[in-house]
Design a protein around this ligand. Sequence first.
Ligand SMILES: CC(C)(COP(=O)(O)OP(=O)(O)OC[C@H]1O[C@@H](n2cnc3c(N)ncnc32)[C@H](O)[C@@H]1OP(=O)(O)O)[C@@H](O)C(=O)NCCC(=O)NCCS
Length: 189
Amino acid sequence: MSSAPIFTLETERLLLRPWRTSDRIAFAAMNADSRVMEFLPSVLSRDKSDRLADHIEEHFQRHGYGPWAAELRSDGSFIGYIGLNVPPFEAHFTPCVEIGWRLSFECWGKGLATEGARRALRYGFETLGLEEVVSFTVPANVRSRRVMEKLGMTHGDADDFDHPGLAAGHPLRHHVLYRLKRTDYASGS
Ligand SMILES: CC(C)(COP(=O)(O)OP(=O)(O)OC[C@H]1O[C@@H](n2cnc3c(N)ncnc32)[C@H](O)[C@@H]1OP(=O)(O)O)[C@@H](O)C(=O)NCCC(=O)NCCS
């Protein structure tokens, strides 16, 4: 268990902060939205959404960082998560730290995921001292892939993998992996 405090990160338009119980209502609404969940195995019930929030909070307790709750500074609303996660499965690139995001549909297309992810990446490399951060999604998730590219992450076909959490033949099983090494991050900033 980590005893480190959970830091709040700031960007021009966002706070990446610890989760609050009150975030769970808006989080469940996002997770029940088929547009948000298009490239994930299924929409989530309120119960499953709450369990995911529990897992995220446990991740913060264990590691001191995680997928932060993303709050719009302009009006204080919770709009989803952006942050760092240690995947719980084994694959050719694990153990690792991944960067990921899920925002409510109304907030898409304004550069918010990229803005928050840049701050989370900086935390990963400069505060945590990570050597590498990865990210992954299904090939068709072009929005998410574009965020990865804007962060300077690169993809090689040899890194593609089948997600161990999904059964053989599942249409979302095949994933692309993007990587960013600390040395490339430092030279690009
Ligand atoms: C992925 C997600 C977080 C992106 O959030 P966002 O705040 O809209 O992202 P940004 O605005 O920072 O960047 C999105 C980029 O995708 C581009 N884009 C959007 N729709 C696109 C499309 N249909 N085809 C190609 N590019 C597209 C945008 O133009 C933008 O790139 P640009 O800045 O070069 O123009 C958001 O769509 C989301 O929450 N999706 C559902 C959850 C999800 O799939 N999470 C990832 C699972 S691995």
